[in-house]
Design a protein around this ligand. Sequence first.
Ligand SMILES: NC(=O)c1ccc[n+]([C@@H]2O[C@H](COP(=O)([O-])OP(=O)(O)OC[C@H]3O[C@@H](n4cnc5c(N)ncnc54)[C@H](OP(=O)(O)O)[C@@H]3O)[C@@H](O)[C@H]2O)c1
Length: 202
Amino acid sequence: MRIGVLGTGVVGTTIAGKLRELGHDVLIGSRSAGEDAVAFANAAAHGELVFNCTNGNAALDALSAAGAENLAGKVLVDVANALDFSEGSPPIIGVSTGDSLGEQIQRAFPEARVVKALNTVNANVMVDPGVVPGEHDMFVSGNDEAAKAQVAELLQEFGWPRERIVDLGDITGARGQELYVALWIRLMDAVGGPTFNVRVLH
Ligand SMILES: NC(=O)c1ccc[n+]([C@@H]2O[C@H](COP(=O)([O-])OP(=O)(O)OC[C@H]3O[C@@H](n4cnc5c(N)ncnc54)[C@H](OP(=O)(O)O)[C@@H]3O)[C@@H](O)[C@H]2O)c1
């Protein structure tokens, strides 16, 4: 598949690398085109599906640069977290308890088919869940069932078992996925590193 990965940080490069390994045709998007990246708009235009791996505080700007016309009708996998370090660390997590970045993106780009996914684990776990022993869960949310099904297929290519992909419903599920990062940060300290995940037992 042709895929646009917006973001040149560890997440964008990790996801792009894995997608290329799997045989997908990937362009990485950045504010400034360079050796390894093209402009956000070119990467988005290239993708039949687009990943948003930009800084959460700048994601709406980055997606505006990508262009609504280049996102319209496409699955947009939102991996971003809004982290506010203005008052130090740990950061303030999320955009609000009654909203989420995922919802803001869906509202700003109503023709994009936004699916929130992968934001609850470290980059290395996103593309290789086997680095965490045992079974553990990946959460997805979004308004478009077919879009979520397409993302679930890609997640399975990354190594996530179908039965460990937990559908949280519409895009308001992103509130929980994003606010969970407050717990994730404490868990990272508690377990001594970022290579971990959670499993929901019931
Ligand atoms: N690190 C992890 O393991 C992890 C795990 C889960 C979720 N996340 C989330 O994934 C996203 C990517 O994280 P990251 O650590 O890879 O990278 P990051 O440093 O948070 O973001 C890098 C990307 O954001 C773009 N960017 C920064 N400021 C911008 C602005 N003012 N306008 C437009 N674009 C801007 C950069 O553009 P340029 O290419 O032009 O520099 C770059 O492509 C974040 O939202 C993060 O919270 C990260």
